[in-house]
Design a protein around this ligand. Structure first.
Ligand code: 13P
Length: 264
């Protein structure tokens, strides 16, 4: 399978930033700057509060909406939570297992597994974040961590449902709010190849080629190209740089250029 059969996905994770008004303004600015390309999907992950208003006002040909997290039970006495079932009609994607959730909120492998399953059950594509900490890396445990996170997350996903799943290699040490060490494209290539190999072992060759795998960790308009050119990388999960419309639009532009050149 040619990698061009997979779309390029650029995801902006706004984390706990921007009020509803600021979110609206950012979408407005991005709408002026971002063109539509059938093979490049631009996915925005604002705060939970901004999802509904943005959904009503944004151009759905240009952007897809993504939640940053949700609760795996469909309904019940879970005060303070929002379920995937509730988000089903609002978002196409939901980030699952982001390292901030694993680290600050004690999200376990099993919780991530249940969220992936709930997302798929409710017609939402989970964007599953996989990545080792600096401590894991220093201890030579990177592969073990990637293996454990990936295999548990996909435990209840059938091969048919795997088509809805997006995987991200997002090493914690590379995220701007953690250690912010710039990952070498070679290291990203090795980790992504390892992730595809895991998928191959679980679901076979065809699935391993079809599944989308993104890279995340301090991606900006200057280094995005070096990651998008890594074989097997289908896009980027962008944090800090997605809050600035110049930077985010420039990242999307790079994705267009690479795509147009490859398709020519
Ligand atoms: P930065 O791009 O700010 O490193 O954030 C990455 C991230 O956590 C995206 O989910």
């Amino acid at each position: 399978m040619n990698h061009l059969e997979r779309k390029t996905l650029i995801v902006g994770n706004w984390k706990m930033h921007l009020s509803v008004h600021q979110s609206s303004l950012l979408v407005h600015r991005l709408t002026e700057r971002i063109k539509v390309h059938r093979n490049v999907e631009v996915i925005l992950a604002p705060s939970m509060l901004a999802l509904q208003p943005l959904s009503l006002e944004m151009d759905h040909r240009r952007f897809q909406l993504c939640a940053q997290d949700a609760y795996p039970k469909d309904e019940g006495g879970y005060t303070g939570e929002v379920s995937f079932a509730m988000l089903g009609s609002l978002v196409q994607y939901c980030i699952v297992g982001h390292s901030a959730r694993r680290i600050y909120f004690g999200e376990t492998l099993e919780m991530v597994r249940d969220k992936v399953e709930a997302a798929v059950r409710n017609g939402i594509s989970p964007i599953v974040c996989i990545g080792e900490t600096k401590q894991d890396r220093d201890a030579g445990q990177s592969r073990q961590v990637i293996h454990d996170q990936l295999t548990t997350a996909l435990m209840n996903v059938t091969s048919r449902d795997l088509e809805k799943v997006v995987l991200v290699y997002e090493p914690v040490w590379a995220i701007s709010t953690f250690d912010g060490i710039i990952a070498k494209p070679d290291d990203v290539a090795k980790a992504v190849a390892y992730m595809r190999m895991q998928v191959r072992e679980l679901y076979g060759e065809r699935a391993a080629e079809k599944v989308s795998v993104l890279y995340g960790g301090s991606v900006n308009e200057h280094d995005v190209r070096s990651y998008l050119e890594v074989p097997g990388v289908d896009g980027a999960l962008v944090g800090a740089a997605s809050l600035n419309y110049h930077q985010f639009a420039a990242i999307v532009d790079e994705a267009y250029r690479i795509r147009i050149k490859a398709e020519a």
